[in-house]
Design a protein around this ligand. Structure first.
Ligand code: FAD
Length: 450
């Protein structure tokens, strides 16, 4: 891949973490002609043995695709991704109902394996001669005055410092770089663990063909839900999201099976009784955290991106997509500011914080939509009205889900859009109500006076 060698005196970038976002960011920075060093605490996952059926898959949508396109690997990733055109809702009686994401333009989201994607992204960095990845290297300290980070080689236990023009923390929700930022004045930070956890199950390939393909399956049950996303090998990754308290109550094989037979009856044969019981009794549900902070930069060279800056609950399928969009934005701003890093990261915080906070809030809201609202008539009516208006005014009336998943409209703007749309619909409903009310009154009056 050709490297853009602009007049930037070969700036040096250090990226912490070669997860999904760190790897994409490395490609962007390398493409700009920067010398990039990535430090990752884990071993090289390309050499690790994959545990079949256990790796979570992720929904990739427009924002993520755009970033992958910019670094030249969108087509490659989509080749192994599975399109999901809508939600397929499973009722407690096993009846199915389809809710297409975009009946107007047929846009869809894509299911991709996390491990597969991460390996692909790390591999993509090797297309750039100016990227070096160091595995088994842990960030231990950050010195903002000195502009340096301290790392430890986990194989040799050797500790060393690195300076760079730009130091980017892409080290995930429990970011060590963000932890250091939290100790600086005026840094705002909040985290919220929701009272629901998740457990992953799997539908094996032999049974997977019984599931209707190209959909995100949801078993919405009001206060909790189960979802399934397709994998390349015809298996499905099934995730149950539920209050921790409810998980704790399911403490014996009999209780677990009864719960599944009563609540998700059509899934029992697909997953298999033994696998359900085993998963419930041998695993603890994982936590879900939402993190907001501000700003995303310190001084003129430290920046956090991806989950390090804005971990969110997974219900909008936007965590990774937002992280990839961070990389696109950083690149755009560097271009606009002619590689002035200090100016860029300051502007980055200004633009990104409000949008990242907006998607964190939307992700919380979408849990209620997925597990409960989808079953309600009012919600279904609203979706139909939204799509009718979208078809008539595609540039003016963009429904919330479409603006989040199929556009690059700023997340904050998506929320504002939805608010004015709510107001318009409220006014239309009120006007129709008043007209009908007036007609009824006139009709009765004329009837009485006759
Ligand atoms: P991570 O993926 O956490 O990567 C961080 C990397 O940094 C890791 O490789 C880690 O080893 C390394 N690291 C950490 N600390 C250090 C250190 N001190 N030194 C060196 N290296 C370090 N998002 C979507 O867009 N769509 C979805 O459908 C979706 N589904 C999800 C489902 C679930 C159940 C969950 C939990 C999340 C989901 N997400 C989804 C969110 C998505 O997984 C995250 O947003 C994404 O992984 C963030 O990538 P990241 O690179 O910022 O962080």
């Amino acid at each position: 891949m050709s490297v853009k060698m602009s007049d930037n005196n070969r700036k040096k970038v250090v990226i912490i973490g070669s997860g999904l976002v760190g790897s994409v960011c490395a490609c962007f920075m390398a493409k700009r002609g920067y010398d990039v060093e990535v430090f990752e605490r884990r071993d090289d996952i390309r050499a690790a043995v994959e545990v079949k059926g256990r790796s979570i898959n992720l929904a990739l949508s427009h924002r993520g695709r755009k970033a992958l396109n910019s670094i030249g690997i969108e087509d490659d990733v989509l080749e192994s991704a599975i399109p999901m055109k809508g939600r397929l809702l499973h009722s407690a009686k096993g009846e199915l109902k389809r809710v297409v994401y975009d009946p107007t333009f047929n846009q869809c989201i894509f299911s991709v394996g996390r491990n597969y994607l991460n390996k692909k992204l790390i591999q993509a960095t090797t297309n750039f001669p100016n990227v070096k990845i160091y595995f088994n290297h842990l960030l231990t300290r950050s010195n903002f005055e000195e502009g340096s980070v301290t790392l430890i080689n986990l194989k040799t236990c050797e500790e060393f410092k690195r300076n760079a023009d730009l130091i980017i923390g892409a080290d995930g929700a429990y970011s060590k770089l963000r932890l250091a930022m939290q100790q600086t004045p005026q840094f705002q930070y909040s985290q919220q663990y929701i009272e629901h956890g998740y457990l992953e199950l799997s539908i094996r390939p032999q049974m997977g063909h019984k599931m209707e393909p190209n959909n995100l399956h949801i078993w919405p049950r009001g206060k909790f839900m189960m979802i399934a996303l397709p994998n390349q090998d015809s298996s499905w990754t099934v995730t149950i999201f539920m209050p921790f308290e409810k998980f704790e109550n399911l403490s014996t094989p009999k209780k677990v099976l009864k719960f599944f037979q009563d609540t998700f009856p059509d899934s029992v044969d697909l997953i298999g009784e033994n696998d359900i019981v085993d998963t419930f009794l041998k695993n603890r549900p994982s936590e879900l955290v939402s993190i907001k902070c501000s700003p995303y930069h310190i001084g003129g060279k430290f920046l956090i991106i991806g989950d390090a800056a804005h971990a969110m609950v997974p219900f909008y399928g936007q965590g990774m997509n937002a992280g990839f969009e961070d990389c696109s934005l950083l690149d755009d701003l560097l271009e606009k500011n002619r590689n002035d890093i200090a100016k860029t990261i300051q502007e980055y915080s200004k633009v990104r914080v409000k949008n990242a906070h907006a998607i964190c809030d939307l992700a919380m809201y979408n849990y209620v939509e997925m597990r409960d609202l989808v079953n309600r008539i009012g919600f279904q009516w609203r979706k139909s009205i939204d799509h009718l208006l979208f078809r008539s005014f595609p540039n003016k009336w963009i429904p919330l889900y479409n603006s989040v998943s199929f556009s690059t409209m700023e997340y904050n703007q998506c929320v504002c859009n939805r608010k004015w749309q709510d107001r318009v619909i409220y006014k239309i409903v009120m006007t129709i109500g008043i007209i009908i009310g007036t007609i009824v009154i006139i009709f009765f009056k004329s009837f009485i006076y006759k």
